[in-house]
Design a protein around this ligand. Structure first.
Ligand code: AMP
Length: 395
């Protein structure tokens, strides 16, 4: 797989249409977390340094093809200006973008209004994409987290102009390629979270690719129950038992070792500080919930990590929002972080709750790569071709 990067393009004097993801959380009209904006800064800075003019294309929320005032990028602009350290001119209409005022022509960074205000964006309308293409000379996609959507500004536009990956997209693709494309074995995956049903494709793909698969969190309960163990009042999808057994059978065929909790931390209440006890996995009382994996399980995960070359992680090993049921997640994450820091492990993690859990444990900083993408990261873990990435491929 190959794609061009900004280094392959002559940017001087060019208008660069940059698809970015600045779909940041906003409360009472104020951006509460600018991480996604910080991540696009290297791309914008580089384009400007090379004499190009960045025209940012972004979405915000789900206006569904209509103008929704609350979802105007006007709300994001101050945070964008603060993070980029530059003035940003918002082009409120496509007509305005097609007929730039002198002031807009002089602006350092231009920003198109929420691209999803236009029905042609999500419909991937060729006419709309052509209108966008006419606004620039080069297309740069820096929105890996929107790459699982086949929209006008994420796919078709790439075919209409000379195209390249931005710095963030480049970093994501390189990290993901190192983790699943040409990984250093043994390759290990940690998959946790609430339900098996939301991660079926992911588990199905991983048992074909990885050497060790750790299953944790609520979804491990479904696997324990499928093996005939009593999981009491735990979160469990009993109707998925056949599916869980099929995944385990597939793993035997592909030589993938599945690691399930050998010991469990149970409680009677789902709340922080709830009275709890640690038991063997087959000892869950009828009225108790499994909320975390126990120390013996963590030791087994740590031993596997010591031996692993590469780790991919999505989902917590327990109910990490309510301590002490974050213990297994924290311990395993810190182990992976220490091994990564020592250069012994390549570790890649992604997905909304995963990033929160790894940040909370203090492990995130030492992971090799943390993806800011949610859905796109999961689809990549599922082995799916991402339309936004495929559109950038050159050969
Ligand atoms: P997901 O969005 O699928 O990654 O799931 C993350 C959620 O799963 C978090 O909110 C966790 O609190 C929850 N979770 C993890 N383990 C358990 C468990 N054993 N019982 C109940 N919820 C859990």
């Amino acid at each position: 797989m190959s794609w061009k990067t900004l280094d392959d393009m002559d940017l001087n004097g060019m208008r660069i249409l940059v698809r970015v993801d600045i779909n940041v959380p906003v409360e009472n009209g104020v951006v509460t977390d600018s991480t996604r904006i910080e991540r696009i800064k290297p791309t914008v800075d580089y384009i400007l340094k090379m004499g190009g003019k960045p025209i940012l294309i972004a979405h915000f929320g789900r206006p569904k093809g209509k103008v929704v005032l609350d979802l105007s990028l006007r709300v994001i602009r101050p945070a964008l200006e603060a993070t980029l350290g530059r003035s940003v001119t918002l082009l409120e209409t496509l007509e305005g973008a097609e007929n730039l005022t002198d002031e807009a022509k002089a602006a350092e960074v231009l920003l198109l209004e929420n691209i999803r205000f236009h029905p042609g964006e999500e419909a991937n309308d060729p006419g709309f994409a052509a209108r966008l293409a006419a606004l620039g000379d080069i297309y740069c996609n820096d929105a890996f987290s929107a790459a699982h959507r086949a929209h006008a500004s994420t796919t078709t536009l790439a075919h209409l102009l000379p195209s390249c990956a931005g710095r963030l997209m480049q970093a994501e693709l390189q990290a993901l390629e190192a983790a699943l494309g040409t990984p250093k074995h043994p390759l290990m995956a940690v998959v946790g979270g609430a339900k098996v049903s939301t991660k079926l494709d992911l588990l199905g793909n991983l048992v074909e690719q990885v050497d060790h698969l750790v299953i944790g969190g609520g979804m491990a309960n479904t696997f324990l129950a499928a093996q005939g163990l009593n999981v009491g009042a735990s979160l469990c999808e009993h109707e998925m038992a056949d599916t869980a057994r099929a995944i385990m059978a597939k793993a035997v065929k592909t030589g993938c070792e599945i690691l399930l909790p050998a010991d469990i931390v149970v409680a009677r209440e789902f709340k922080a500080g709830a009275a709890h006890e640690t038991l063997a996995a087959d000892q869950c009382p009828e009225d108790a919930m499994i909320l975390d994996a126990g120390p013996h399980t963590v030791a087994r995960i740590s031993a596997a990590l010591e031996n692993a070359g590469t780790l991919i992680w999505n989902g917590p090993l327990g109910a990490f929002e309510i301590p002490p049921f974050d213990t297994a997640t924290n311990a395993a994450a810190l182990k992976a972080a220490a091994l990564s820091k020592a250069g012994k492990l390549i570790s890649v993690a992604g997905g909304g709750d995963t990033v929160a859990a790894l940040n909370q444990s203090g492990a995130a900083g030492d992971f090799t790569y943390i993806s800011t993408a949610g859905g796109a990261f999961l689809e990549w873990m599922e082995g799916k071709d991402l339309p936004g990435v495929a559109a950038l491929k050159t050969g």
